[in-house]
Write a protein that binds this ligand. Structure first.
Ligand code: SF4
Length: 494
C-alpha cells in the first residue's frame, strides 16, 4: 500500500510525516507523484504577514476530504513564532487525517516525540495552572483526556525532583555502560556482546577506567559533582564479584562524594546474581537495584531467550532484601509473544507480592535488528494491539490500587499510537536519575560501551547527544577520542 504526499512548501513533510504514518501504519510514504498510490495527500501552507493559510485534501478511491483554514499569527517573531506555526501545521494535518479516516490516530494528538511530559514542565515553568494545561493539551494539541491527565500527573509528581538553578549547572548524572549479556533476548536490538563465562573483559575494563579518569578530571576542572549514578548495560552483573568490587573502588575514587544521592545497578538477569554478589553491591554503595523479570510466565521467558525462570526472580528479590536493598525496581514488558490478559494479570499480581518500590512497565517496541523483527516483522505487536492496551490498562489499575504512582514516562519509536513506557513508584522512592535523564534537565555523561551522553545547556534548554560504540572492542579502540569529545562538550556547556 502506498501513500503519495505532496507539500507546499516541501519542508512541511518534516512537520507532519509521523502523523501520516500513524494514520496509515501499513503504508509506505512517497513524495513522488505516483498514479498507482492508494492514498493521495496534499497540504499547502501560505504565510501572509500576520496570517497563516492552510489548504489540504486527501483522496482514497472515491472518498475525498478537503479542509481550508486560516489563523492570525499573534506571536510575531523568533523561535516562538516558528514553533507556533509548526504546531498549527501539525494540527491542520491531524484534523484532516482524522476527518478522512474517521477515527483518532494518536491519543497523544499532534505530539509524536518521545518526551511528552517535557511540554507540561515548560507550561508549569511559565506559571500555567494544571487546569489550563489540560485545556491546552485537549484543544491545541488534540490529546485524549486520559493521556492529558496522565502526563499532567507524571509532570506534577516528578517536577519537585528535577534539578533547578545552580544544581542544573553543577551536577550531572553518570551512566556506566557494561555492554555484555549472558544471552541475547529475542526482542533485543542492542548489539553488545554475549558474555561466556571465562571470557576476558580486561581490554574493555581497562578502557573503562581510562575513560572514568578522563571524565573525572574534567568534572573536577569544571566544578561539577555527580548526583546520581546508573550502572546499566547490557547486564552489568555478568561481571565477577572481583570486577564489580574494582569498578566500585574506581567510582569511589573518581566520582562518588557526599553529593551523590543515588547509585543504581541494573542486575537485569536473575541468572547473573548470587547472595554474595548482591551483598557486595550493597556494601560497595549501590542504593537501588533493578531485577527485571519482563514477565513472570516461565513459558514466555523460555521463548524470549532469557536463561532464568520466575522462581529465579523471586529468589533474587529475596536475596536483595536480605542484602538490605531498600529500593528495588522491576521491569515488565507488555506485548511479548503469545501473552494475553491472564498472563499480564498473573505477572502483575506476582510482582505485587514482592512489593518492589519501583515497577517499570514497557510496551514492547519491535526494533530493527532484533531477532523478533527478523522473524515476525515489525508489525507483529500492532496485530495484537487491543490485548496490549487492555494489559497496560489492567496493570495500571492494579498498581495504582497498591499505591504506586506514575512518575516518569517516555515513548519510543515504533511504539503504537496510544502507548508509552511508564515508571511507577511507591511514594518516597522516585529514581532521580531516571527523572532527570528522561526529562532532559541534567547533563548525563555516559561512559562505557553503548553509553549515551546528553549535554544539557540549562540557560537555553539546548541539548546535544553523543554515543559511545556498543561493541566492546570498538569502544576500547576509540576511548581516547571519546574522552576528548566529551570533555569538549562539557567545557562548552559550562
Ligand atoms: S538483557 Fe537487555 S541488553 Fe541484554 S540481551 Fe536482553 S534486552 Fe538486550
Amino acid at each position: 500500500m502506498l501513500i503519495q504526499t505532496t507539500f507546499q512548501p516541501a519542508e512541511l513533510y518534516e512537520a507532519v510525516h509521523e502523523l501520516i504514518r500513524m494514520a496509515y501504519p501499513k503504508h509506505d510514504l512517497t513524495r513522488e507523484e505516483s498514479p498507482s498510490a492508494d492514498v493521495k495527500l496534499h497540504i499547502q501552507r501560505d504565510i501572509d504577514g500576520q496570517q497563516v493559510f492552510f489548504n489540504g485534501w486527501i483522496i482514497t478511491g472515491d472518498q475525498r476530504t478537503a479542509r481550508k483554514e486560516s489563523y492570525p499569527l499573534d506571536v510575531t517573531e523568533g523561535d516562538e513564532r516558528r514553533r507556533h506555526i509548526n504546531r498549527l501545521t501539525r494540527r491542520f494535518a491531524y484534523d484532516l487525517l482524522v476527518e478522512h479516516t474517521g477515527h483518532s490516530i494518536n491519543s497523544y494528538g499532534i505530539l509524536t516525540g518521545m518526551r511528552p511530559v517535557k511540554l507540561v514542565h515548560r507550561m508549569l515553568e511559565r506559571g500555567i495552572s494544571p487546569i489550563q494545561i489540560r485545556e491546552q493539551l485537549r484543544n491545541d494539541f488534540r490529546m485524549s483526556p486520559e493521556k492529558a491527565d496522565l502526563i499532567i500527573e507524571v509532570a506534577s509528581n516528578n517536577y519537585p525532583f528535577i534539578v533547578k538553578g545552580p544544581q542544573a549547572y553543577n551536577t550531572i548524572g553518570l551512566y556506566v555502560g557494561i555492554p555484555f549479556c549472558p544471552t541475547r533476548c529475542y526482542y533485543c536490538s542492542f548489539p553488545g556482546a554475549v558474555y561466556q563465562p571465562g571470557d576476558s573483559l580486561r581490554s574493555f575494563l581497562t578502557a573503562l577506567v581510562r575513560e572514568m579518569e578522563g571524565i573525572s578530571q574534567c568534572l573536577k576542572e569544571t566544578g561539577r559533582t555527580v548526583q546520581s549514578i546508573y550502572i546499566g548495560g547490557g547486564t552489568p552483573t555478568v561481571l565477577s564479584e572481583d570486577e564489580l568490587d574494582q569498578l566500585f573502588n574506581h567510582l569511589h575514587r573518581l566520582f562518588i562524594s557526599p553529593a551523590t544521592l543515588e547509585i543504581t545497578v541494573e542486575a537485569g538477569r536473575p541468572d547473573t546474581l548470587s547472595p554474595m554478589k548482591l551483598r557486595l553491591l550493597k556494601d560497595a554503595g549501590a542504593s537501588r537495584i533493578c531485577i527485571n523479570p519482563q514477565t513472570m510466565n516461565n513459558e514466555t521467558l523460555a521463548k524470549i531467550g532469557r536463561a532464568h525462570d520466575r522462581e529465579g526472580v523471586v529468589r533474587s528479590v529475596n536475596w536483595a532484601r536480605e542484602a538490605d536493598f531498600r529500593q528495588i525496581n522491576m521491569d515488565l514488558i507488555v506485548g511479548l509473544p503469545d501473552e494475553g490478559r491472564q498472563d499480564y494479570q498473573h505477572t502483575a499480581e506476582d510482582i505485587l507480592k514482592l512489593a518492589p518500590e519501583n515497577i517499570t512497565v514497557h510496551t514492547l517496541a519491535v526494533k530493527r535488528g532484533s531477532r523478533m523483527a527478523e522473524q515476525e516483522g515489525r508489525e507483529s505487536v500492532g496485530e495484537r494491539i487491543k490485548t496490549v492496551q487492555d494489559g497496560l490498562a489492567m496493570m495500571e489499575t492494579l498498581f495504582r490500587e497498591s499505591s504506586y504512582k506514575p512518575y516518569y514516562l517516555y515513548r519510543q519509536k515504533y511504539m503504537q499510537a496510544s502507548m508509552e513506557n511508564v515508571g511507577y513508584s511507591l511514594p518516597g522512592h522516585f529514581c532521580l536519575y531516571n527523572i532527570n535523564m528522561i526529562e532532559e534537565k541534567q547533563t548525563i555523561i555516559g561512559i562505557g560501551g553503548g553509553a549515551a551522553s546528553k549535554f544539557v545547556n540549562p540557560s537555553d534548554g539546548g541539548l546535544k547527544s553523543f554515543y559511545n560504540p556498543k561493541n566492546p572492542v570498538a569502544y576500547a579502540e576509540s576511548v581516547d577520542r571519546l574522552i576528548a569529545a566529551k570533555v569538549d562538550n562539557l567545557k562548552t556547556v559550562h
